[in-house]
Design a protein around this ligand. Structure first.
Ligand code: LRH
Ligand code: MN
Ligand code: MN
Length: 392
């Protein structure tokens, strides 16, 4: 069994990107419950994200969603973020909230609507130039509800055309990350429903087009770690949107529904070279992001819980004794291989992680430290009339 001290240095490589929209009010289509202390501005969302980083040391970047996070001056926003101790990360485009997009965006039958959706993504690239962001993340709500409603083949061609125009505007150090989702809001067909469709478009575009895997976007029972392994093998896993689900796209706290699945995913990320810094010290290509909403729980501690869950399962994945596992596999010892795998999963790393944090000047128990810090009471007193995430 690998010891905790053997993985201690590698744990320092963990960096998780938090979504700005996790700090806004969100809900279901039945009700959005307002939470006291909700940010009233993009700056306040960033301040909350920076708080998560301050207490955990795990969340150095925050993703923006445009136009939910609209400001006049993105360069100024980037320096505001740096003053708070974090950086701006992925820019998410949004072509799902205008009436024009009712029947699609990049796949709409009307060229004028397609052009509008392309232009929005080009505007997002402009934002990226100012924020210094590497990734443009595209998720499309495009799809149809009834057989016959759309030409599903032509829509693929329009999609390819639109993505090409967008991709060609990226600079050499920027990437396009295409997220898939099997259903919702469309219920019959979706234009980017699965990793294969995303992968096909990415390979057609070029080396800097990558797949985004949102853990909530698969049919129940899907073996997500297999997709992780395959995309890493193909060099096309760009990023994760981590969250948990029980039923559909629940956007619950990552690791809350199925910590074992999170462990299995992290094992494949580590195995496939997607974790930590590359040999030349540059951060790895796979962005570990969260995409979740806190509908009923407090948002800042919700995000703290999330990043801690990822840290715990990453530690357990790093503890996997891969040499022993290789031997057991090679000798065909099915039960021993499974035992070695489960040993790593069942290892309780919480005490070791508490000591690890203290050695680095972080609170041993970030959740408790946050609750005792007075930050929550302060934002509840200061902020009145906080904003919605934009989702509902
Ligand atoms: C779509 C999605 C996508 C959006 C986010 C708000 O379900 O996962 O990543 O940008 O939710
Ligand atoms: Mn997502
Ligand atoms: Mn989603």
């Amino acid at each position: 069994m690998t010891t905790f001290s053997a993985i201690s240095a590698r744990l320092g490589d963990l960096a998780i990107e938090v979504p700005s929209w996790a700090y806004g009010n969100s809900g279901t289509r039945f009700k959005v419950f307002g939470s006291p202390g909700t940010p009233r501005s993009v700056q306040e969302k960033i301040a909350d994200a920076a708080t998560v980083h301050r207490f955990t040391g795990l969340a150095p970047t925050v993703a923006l969603h445009i136009p939910w996070d609209l400001v006049d001056d993105y360069a100024a926003l980037a320096s505001y973020a740096e003053d708070q101790g974090v950086r701006l990360g992925t820019i998410n485009s949004n072509t799902f909230q205008d009436d024009d997009y009712k029947l699609g965006s990049l796949t709409h039958a009307d060229p004028a609507v397609r052009a509008k959706a392309v232009q929005h993504n080009l505007d997002c690239i402009e934002v990226m130039h100012q924020t210094g962001s590497r990734d443009l993340k595209i998720w499309l709500a495009d799809g149809t509800n009834y057989p016959g409603q759309g030409d599903i083949r032509a829509r693929q061609d329009w999609l390819a055309e639109g993505l090409r125009t967008i991709y060609d505007q990226l600079s050499d150090d920027q990437r396009l990350v295409l997220e898939y989702k099997f259903f919702e809001p469309a219920f019959y067909h979706t234009d980017v429903p699965d990793w294969g469709t995303s992968y096909a478009h990415c390979t057609a575009l070029g080396d800097r087009a990558m797949v985004c895997l949102d853990t909530g976007h698969h049919a129940p029972g899907t073996n997500i770690e297999f997709i992780v392994a395959q995309l890493l093998r193909l060099g096309r896993l760009g990023s994760f949107d981590f969250n948990s689900r029980f039923y559909a796209d629940d956007d619950l706290i990552v690791g809350a529904a199925d910590p074992y699945q999170l462990f299995r995913i992290m094992v494949e990320v580590v195995r496939g070279g997607g974790y930590g810094n590359s040999a030349d010290g540059r951060p790895n290509d796979v962005a570990l992001m969260l995409d979740q909403c806190h509908n009923i729980e407090a948002k800042v501690p919700g995000q703290i819980r999330s990043v801690l869950n990822v840290q715990e399962m990453t530690a357990r994945a790093l503890l996997l004794d891969t040499d022993a596992l290789d031997k057991a596999r090679t000798s065909g010892d099915v039960l021993l291989a499974n035992e070695i795998y489960m040993d790593a999963f069942y290892t309780d790393v919480r005490r070791d992680l508490a000591a690890w944090r203290e050695q680095r000047g972080l609170p041993a128990d970030p959740m408790r430290a946050y609750l005792d810090s007075g930050y929550q009471q302060q934002i509840e007193a200061d902020r009145v009339g906080g904003s919605q995430a934009g989702w509902n």
